[in-house]
Design a protein around this ligand. Structure first.
Ligand code: ADP
Ligand code: MG
Length: 551
């Protein structure tokens, strides 16, 4: 008899188990009722497929998605696993043929829809295991209740000695309990895997000039596979067309397209013949593509469950991947209007609550991963280190002395100069006639040990914290504030972003290409401005850039 690990390696071609797969399989093999909560893409299927190959009799798999059964069965057959499905799309002679294979003991796995009439006869077959996939469908508390699932409680009553494994990717604590109770599981072993997808980096950007931002994002990822979700069918088509015009290998996908074309687009994506799928949420259910490197949302999903599922399609191979959301509150208002039209009832209330929780994700100033995990009742540390918030909200250290140098330079220069000049003065740059007049001032050159970039970052930081202000107009100059005095006279300790981390801000800057230097520079500048809209006044062209501009 082969061990589960041997089967994993020889039949399925994987090196090692993931998450809690192995413990779950052991529990099932010991004949225990088992409840397994594992994120999408976590590998739930193997938790019953491997036991199915070890047990003597038949493993019955209940799945709500008739459309996906065929794919799953085909995939198993490719691995040489004798599997079949029974559902209403088959003729009665096809069904009879499959039942004959069950009777002969040839089949190891049989997939069924929960409403299948086969259940009436199930007692007469040698069943070793019942696997209930998408088990949350039995609970009113889950997000996808299906009344047919309620019938499944019968299974445990008719076959009390056959172990049942219930599997789901979405169930909070209340739903978990409800599933276990409704299925009448007998003292089940419960496995809850973490929902954390550590290899996915979560980023939110303002939905403003989102097409330009998207181009910048895609520029460095031309060879990667990705999914871009849009709310409407028409926008998937127009965005796909716009991206194609920019030279991207892209196709649209939505439920309004004809069936053959949809299947073709999906197939091409799976085979890497097309890199980008611009799709509505109709795309992705059951899509098993391991190397999706990014999932972009052009519009706000309607709740966190959907967002988590959709972004979960990235990085199934465990490699670094990105989830990028373009967020604006206008999307929330728009979606609220939809439901308001539909009227007011309990359903609407839940919808609105979930929509607000989704919107709150876009507005976060704390770790996004923590928020997602807490949403699913999973504890998480305050900082994950792999979301935009954690990567940009950085360590602060005492910068009082640096702040004082800068503020006294502004004072000495009588609040008449912009950041560029103040920094040159601090660094002791000798160029120019005006500087000659200022050389004799006391703070001239006291900041020579700090780079220009660093001084610029310090100015931004002081502005953001109100230690400095800037005037309006074409040539803004640095001004002192009440808080400047507190810092200058040492009444307040100034905490600055530590210099080590200043450069970690995520930037999606277009990669260099064959366009001319002037174009390049302007493009670069545009991206810098787009990234830092609030501090546009402090983007100073470097001498090198100016020279480049002149050529
Ligand atoms: P789920 O049902 O939990 O969403 P699946 O069972 O469909 O996930 O598995 C997702 C993908 O991960 C599949 O491609 C599957 O073959 C793969 N997979 C499962 N277990 C492993 C493993 N131990 N090592 C590598 N890949 C795995
Ligand atoms: Mg699954």
């Amino acid at each position: 008899m082969k061990s589960p690990l041997e089967i994993l390696q020889t039949r399925f071609g994987y090196g090692s188990f993931r998450l809690q797969q192995e413990s779950i399989i052991q529990s099932v093999l010991q004949g225990k009722d088992t409840f397994a909560l594992m994120p999408t893409g976590g590998g739930k299927s193997l938790c019953y497929q491997i036991p199915a190959l070890i047990f003597e009799g038949l493993t019955v798999v209940i799945s709500p998605l008739i459309a996906l059964m065929k794919d799953q069965v085909d995939a198993l057959r490719l691995n040489g696993v004798p599997a079949a499905f029974l559902n209403s799309t088959q003729s009665s002679s096809e069904q009879d043929a499959i039942i004959a294979r069950v009777q002969s003991g040839e089949l190891k796995l049989l997939y069924l829809a929960p409403e299948s009439s086969f259940f009436r006869r199930i007692g007469s077959f040698k069943v070793s295991l019942i696997a209930i996939d998408e088990a949350h469908c039995i609970s009113h508390w889950g997000h996808d209740f299906r009344p047919e699932y309620l019938m499944l409680a019968q299974l445990k009553r008719t076959m009390p000695n056959v172990p049942v494994i219930a599997l789901t990717a979405t169930a909070d604590r209340v739903t978990q309990k409800d599933i276990i109770q409704k299925l009448e599981l007998n003292n089940p072993a419960v496995f809850v895997s973490s929902f954390n997808r550590a290899n996915i980096r979560y980023t939110v950007e303002q939905k403003k000039k989102s097409f330009e931002k998207l181009l910048g994002f895609l520029q460095t990822r031309r060879d990667d596979s990705g999914i871009i979700y849009c709310l409407s069918r028409t926008s998937t088509e127009s965005l796909a067309a716009d991206l194609a015009r920019e030279g991207f290998n892209v196709l649209p996908y939505h439920a309004g397209m004809d069936k053959d074309q949809r299947a073709k687009h999906q197939e091409m994506f799976l085979r890497d013949q097309v890199k980008i799928m611009v799709a509505t949420i109709a795309f992705g259910m059951g899509i098993d593509k391991s190397n999706v490197r990014y999932v972009v949302h052009m519009d706000l999903p309607k709740n966190i469950e959907s967002y988590y599922q959709e972004t979960g399609r990235a990085g199934r191979d465990g490699l670094e991947s990105e989830a990028l959301l373009y967020y604006t509150y206008a999307d929330v208002s728009k979606m609220k209007k939809f439901v308001e039209i539909e009227g007011n009832n309990a359903q609407t209330e839940i919808y609105l609550k979930k929509l607000n929780q989704m919107a709150a994700y876009g507005d976060l100033v704390t770790c996004r991963r923590k928020y997602l995990l807490n949403y699913f009742d999973e504890p998480a540390p305050d900082h994950c280190g792999n979301c935009d918030i954690c990567l940009t909200q950085v360590e602060r250290e005492d910068g009082t002395v640096l702040a004082q140098k800068l503020l006294s330079a502004v004072t000495r220069l009588q609040e008449r100069f912009g950041a560029g000049y103040v920094i040159d003065f601090l660094r002791g740059s000798h160029s120019g006639k005006i500087m000659d007049d200022h050389k004799a001032l006391k703070t001239f050159g006291v900041g020579a040990d700090v780079s220009k970039d660093q001084w610029n970052a310090i100015v931004r930081d002081l502005l953001a914290q109100g230690y400095l202000a800037k005037s309006e107009g074409t040539y803004p100059v640095l001004k002192l504030t009440a808080r400047s005095q507190a810092a200058l006279f040492g009444r307040e300790r100034v905490m600055l972003v530590s210099s080590k981390e200043k450069r970690e801000t995520v930037m999606h800057e277009p990669a260099a290409d064959h366009e001319g230097p002037l174009f390049q520079l302007l493009k670069k500048l545009r991206w810098t401005l787009a990234e830092e809209e609030n501090v546009a006044a402090y983007i100073v062209l470097s001498d090198a850039s100016l020279k480049e501009l002149a050529t």
